[in-house]
Design a protein around this ligand. Structure first.
Ligand code: DGY
Length: 327
C-alpha cells in the first residue's frame, strides 16, 4: 500500500510525477488554496502533507491528522507552519532552501531598479497616452550604480543580492543577528547596526525570516531614521514591514519609494491605501516564479515528503530532531 498524501495545489509536472510514483496522492486542483474546512477534512487519514505558504498548518489541523508523519512545504519560508507543534507530535517538516536563492535575488534587484528608474510609472504614462515629448525632468529617478545598499538579513538570498550589487559598484552595508564573515571577506559587505544601516542606505532590501522578533521590524519609528530619498524593497515576508506605517512614510515623503513582492495582508486587496500611491510598486509574491526554479522547488518538496514518509531524514529538514530522536 502506498502512503496517503494530500497535496494542496497542483505542482509542476515533474514534481507531481515523483509524488504519484511513491504516494497515493489526492491533489487540490483549485487555483485558490483549499478552504480551511476542506483542508481539515482531507488530512484525516493522511500520512503526508505537501503544503504551500498559503496553507495554515497549525496544531488544530495536526490534531485532525493522527497518522501524519511528514509535512513538506513548497517554500523556503515556513512561517505558515507551527513547527514546535509538529515537533511535539513527531512530524518531520521539510522546506525548499537554496534552489530559489538566485531567482529571488533577481527579483529583488529588478524591483530595486524598477523603483529607482520609475519603470512602472513610465509604462503607465505611455499606455495612458501621456508621453508627449522628451523632457529634462520627466520621470527622473535615482542612480543605482554607486549608491549605498543596506541588506537586512545576510543569508543565502541577501548574499546573492550583494553579489549582484557589486557589479553595480554599490557600497554594501548589512545587518543580521549573526555576522556573516564569509560574505564580509568575499564581497566586502560591511556589518553595521540596524539603525546605522537605516540612516546610511540609499536602498534597503529585506531578506530575513518572519519571526516574532522581525514582525513589523520596519515600523513608523524606523522610517523616520531613513533618508528621504530611500527606496525600500521587500521580497521576504510582508509582515516584516508595517504596511500602514509604510503608507504614511510614502505619502508624507518620509522615504521616496517602495517596491514590494510581499505584503500584509496577502493577497493585497485592490482597494488597499498603498495602491493609491504612485511611489510604490507591488507585485504578487512572485520572487521565486521562474519555471526552472518552481520545478526545482517541486522536486525538492517531493523528495522531502518521500524521505519523511519513509522515516528518513529529508534533504532539507526544518526540525531534524524528529528523525534524530527516532533513531
Ligand atoms: C518562499 O519560498 O518562501 C517564497 O516566499 C516563495 O517561493
Amino acid at each position: 500500500m502506498k502512503p496517503r498524501v494530500y497535496v494542496t495545489r497542483l505542482l509542476p509536472k515533474e514534481a507531481m510525477d515523483r509524488i504519484h510514483a511513491y504516494c497515493d496522492a489526492k491533489v487540490w486542483e483549485g487555483e485558490l488554496p483549499p478552504p480551511r474546512e476542506v483542508l481539515m477534512e482531507n488530512v484525516r487519514d493522511i500520512d503526508g502533507l505537501l503544503s504551500l505558504l498559503t496553507d495554515k498548518i497549525d496544531a488544530e489541523l495536526m490534531d485532525r491528522a493522527p497518522k501524519l508523519k511528514a509535512i513538506s512545504n513548497y517554500a523556503v519560508g515556513y512561517d505558515n507552519i507551527d513547527i514546535p507543534a509538529a515537533t511535539r507530535r513527531g512530524i518531520i517538516v521539510g522546506n525548499t532552501p537554496g534552489v530559489l536563492t538566485e531567482t529571488t535575488a533577481d527579483l529583488a534587484f529588478a524591483l530595486m531598479m524598477a523603483a529607482a528608474r520609475r519603470v512602472v510609472e513610465g509604462d503607465k504614462m505611455t499606455r495612458a497616452g501621456k508621453w508627449k515629448t522628451w523632457g529634462p525632468m520627466i520621470l527622473v529617478g535615482q542612480d543605482v550604480h554607486g549608491a549605498t545598499l543596506g541588506i537586512i538579513g545576510m543569508g543565502r538570498i541577501g548574499t546573492a543580492v550583494a553579489r549582484r550589487a557589486r557589479g553595480f559598484g554599490m557600497k554594501l552595508l548589512y545587518y543580521d543577528i549573526v555576522r556573516n564573515s564569509k560574505a564580509e571577506e568575499e564581497l566586502g559587505v560591511q556589518y553595521v547596526e540596524l539603525n546605522k544601516l537605516l540612516a546610511d542606505s540609499d536602498f534597503i532590501t529585506i531578506h530575513t525570516n518572519l519571526t516574532k522578533e522581525t514582525h513589523h521590524l520596519i515600523s513608523a519609528k524606523r522610517f523616520e531614521m531613513m533618508k528621504r530619498t530611500c527606496i525600500l524593497v521587500n521580497t521576504a515576508r510582508g509582515p516584516i514591514v508595517d504596511n500602514m506605517a509604510l503608507y504614511d512614510a510614502l505619502r508624507n515623503k518620509t522615504i521616496a519609494y517602495a517596491a514590494l513582492d510581499v505584503t500584509e495582508p496577502e493577497p493585497m486587496p485592490a482597494d488597499h491605501p498603498l495602491l493609491t500611491l504612485d511611489n510604490v510598486i507591488v507585485v504578487p509574491h512572485i520572487a521565486s516564479a521562474s519555471i526552472a526554479t518552481r520545478t526545482k522547488m517541486g522536486l525538492m518538496a517531493a523528495d522531502n515528503l518521500i524521505a519523511g514518509l519513509k522515516g528518513e531524514m529529508p534533504p532539507n529538514p526544518v526540525n531534524p530532531e524528529v528523525i534524530m530522536k527516532s533513531r
